[in-house]
Ligand binder design. Sequence first.
Ligand code: ADP
Ligand code: ZN
Length: 746
Amino acid sequence: MPSSHTTPRQTYQNEKVSVLLPLPLAGAYDYRVPPDLSVAVGDFVSVPLGKRDLKGIVWGGGSNEVDDKKLKNINGLLEIPPLSEDLRKLIDWTASYTLNPPGAVLRMSMSVPSALEPPKTRTAYLPEVGAANADSDSRIRMTEARRRVLDVLADGPPQVAAELARSAGVSASVVRSMADVGLLKSVTLEEQIDFDKPDWNHPRPILSPSQAEAATALVDAVERSVDTEGDAGFSVTLLDGVTGSGKTEVYFEAIAATIAAGRQVLVMLPEIALTTQWLKRFTERFGARPLEWHSDLTGAERRLTWRAIVSGEASVVVGARSALFLPFPNLGLTVVDEEHDSSFKQDEGVCYNARDMAVVRAQLGRNPIILSSATPSLETFVNVQSGRYQSLSLPERHGGASLPEIAAIDMRIEPMESQSWLAPALQEAIAQSLAAGEQVMLFLNRRGYAPLTLCRHCGHRLQCPNCTSWLVEHRLQRKLSCHHCGFSMTPPEECPECEKPETLAACGPGVERLAEEVAERFPQAHCEIMASDTMQSPVSAAALVRDMQNREIDILIGTQIMAKGHHFPYLTLVGVVDADLGLAGGDLRAAERTFQLLHQVSGRAGRAERPGRVMLQTYRPEDPVMEALVSGTRDQFLMAEAEERERHGMPPYGRLAALIISGNEYDEVERVARNLARNCPVEDGVTVLGPAPAPLSILRGRHRWRLLLKARRNSNVRAILRQWLTRVRIRGNVRVQIDVDPYSFL
Ligand code: ADP
Ligand code: ZN
């Protein structure tokens, strides 16, 4: 197998090495390589730590800090292919960039401890030679049951006792006794995952001229990285195509070229569990499924997938953000689909942006990376403008479909009935679409029935006991729940404050409440809700998508979970119930994100022959976001947004890092926050905002304060932060979480 460019690994014998453990410790620890062992950088080894036996990675030569006499020996070398150079460098890089210990980052690569154990085995049985003619051997009794067992095994593969007994309709003791008398022989089977290899040469669709042009450029980038040594192999390409332009088909060609070259491919997608359509298309294109990596895998699937990746057998893996740290020995291409999606950012534990770190991994491994989107992030847009990233554009929808017509409904002048969330203009449009036998999507980015419950008598609002957030009513499940910590309770009969019965009222709509109105107004239509809590599993999500495709659903109501990826040919009307929702709160990316989300949702309309239209219900039709959506002027919008950011020195023109101070005691948290503020860095071009209680001032019972560091683009934020933290003592259960390039300001 041709492997990607790596320098030969340094090997060690009879000397000290440093071993990185997947723990949040300060760094790698020194160990001695015993005389009978030879290890190399990247090897998986087991080492003693205190009384425990832990598994880690040989990270490099030993330091000279530990007294040789105190040095312990490595226990042994694991039979697992080594961690590749690009990944080792990525771990160090991420640790340094996010100010985490490298072991905390390594833990994301070694997230499946059981995968490091020898593979599980099972005993299976085969007929012994001559068993079929055992009738003639008087020493062996050939019963009817024994005969059936032999028949079952006749031409098939070995089977384990339980399975074999079941197929033959006998008890397991029959199988065992046959082994004892020598009619069956046992073999040991290693547990393994069943998967077919994707076939790059499988029949493919015919690409349109503009698709073919983009595909050729991507394939060239792949081939260049295979053929050249050195940095020329690295490239970042934005695949910038309108919704429905066939971006997926185009990057599939780059995937094909990578498989053909014998290298591995990583595709990162947001909300992976819901990408049945993507998996289906992949399977159609390559004749086999890719391996998946996401939170819904079982323990065994996780273990086997991890092993198939580290052994290099898995050629294509599709996963959520955590897939970035998987141990590919031979990664040749990364695709980040919907690259603008904020779910690539993790803001707990190690705060990292998987899209950005994927670019770093590609650079370290000298591979191409493709970022795909119809609404690129401002960061990527600016990188294209400045020439750091290449860009390929697909300006038209595939198959001659036209882009939908987008109109704003000015809610300030619409005659709205009370307790109604659908403007008359939108109601009329829905009726028209239904009459034409077409489908409708109503988008409201709010799960549950109502975002707030309040007492009509005393005004009390039901709040989460652990967080600064209102409890959201989920009427279908008969509960009130907190969307931050998962707390939930049965709705009370009376107000917890004034104790008056039946005074609690729902305020504002969520998707469930909207469904109620829709059912009243359009009783003939079949309506379904698509939200993360109403779909219990990927299976029910897939069923919903299928029903929508088969036109068994007339009106689909949902949250952002239905905004992307899906292709429903008969969906011609998209109604956005509250277009202003994401603009409230005004965080740095509010406008950008609202534009992306609404553009994405709009892109579901009219993707086939029938033209689509989109209606945005808004109280601020003059907002630049609404104007850009209506007039289809994405680039002007991004340009204006970029200028605005540049003027204020905000990302991507300036740098931000958030400090989130949290703890059980309010006073302690405030004290540390104020202390940090008093000791803040004083440097040209660096400003510190805060301290202030976080908007989400209590989360899971912990009080939270925030500080925000703002610096110039070229400042060394890491060094500044590191020094700053050394000046303040942090005690007790107070924690200071650092979020470099934050996306959340809550
Ligand atoms: P995007 O990701 O850009 O929104 P998709 O890749 O989902 O677009 O393509 C939209 C639809 O058009 C999909 O159903 C896809 O299978 C189809 N399609 C795109 N390109 C082709 C092609 N060259 N031949 C046949 N079908 C295509
Ligand atoms: Zn809560």
